[in-house]
Write a protein that binds this ligand. Sequence first.
Ligand code: F6P
Length: 328
Amino acid sequence: IKRIGILTSGGDAPGMNAAIRAAVLTASVHNIDVIGFHYGFNGLLDNDYQTLLPQHVQHIIQRGGTILKSARCKTLHTAEGAKQAAMALEQLQLDALIVIGGDGSFRGALAIAKYYRGQIIGVPGTIDNDVDGTDYTIGFATAIDTALDAIDKIRDTADAFERIFLVELMGRHSGHISLAAGIAAGAEQIICPEFGTLQLGSLKEVITPIKHAQLLRGKSSYIIVVAENSYPGGTTALAEALSEELGIDCRACILGHIQRGGSPVGADRILATKLGSYAVEQLVAGANLMMAGEVNQQAVLYPLGQTGDKKKPIDPYLVRWQQLIASD
Ligand code: F6P
């Protein structure tokens, strides 16, 4: 291997820069040239790239976002687009491509692979942690801490007013962030897609534990962490429906993209360093169409085509704990 490309794609995640840095530094040790594409796969289609030398990745380990920028790329959904991207890789004489992103980005990589003779490896970077084949994705740990900081602050005002708050967290269609941040914040209730979709207007299962808690503990603040896409009308509509049903003010707070930003926490920097470096080493060893993941602290390869297959389960022990305290 002489020349590799690297890009970050889909929702950015804290730690992506640390992964780019690790890949560039490892490549340099192996005398491999690195080209960084801008704006995800769009950089391939638009010939928008830069050479990445060790001096370009200095002091980026602590920075959120991605120095390469990110984007979602609809053009790759067509065979024409995938062919064009593969051609760009061939023309630049790249022996391999590293894709840092989530399973949507890996699907894009697989589309290109149909027309590309080089190697492709994925590095899991998404706050959602919804990628099979790795215990954690890069950015997940930071997103939990960011959400936690916000929920702790909401708890102060919720306590002062003895209010019910619904805090909506990201995760696309998974509840990894909500379960982790909800547990760590001591949320009274957690609602996430893995617990089954709430039907529009059917609030009984949300209200029963609230009433139970009010009976048991008297008036007190009550925080419900809601994973996005858990209620058909959205979290604000859920808060309004609850207010009406309970006859008390329920406030909704949609945390949104704040969860994607910020300096990566130590765990994300370490994971990103490990996986960015491992990806390059495995390319040198001949890996193709694999993802570099970490399972039980061991760096492992996992088939890129299977990273979205199983719908990675949320921690069953924490689910049981949450159900236990919600009904207590
Ligand atoms: O995949 C990361 C993520 O932040 C999800 O949690 C969320 O559903 C989605 O991206 C938001 O995407 P966008 O930034 O395009 O609104």
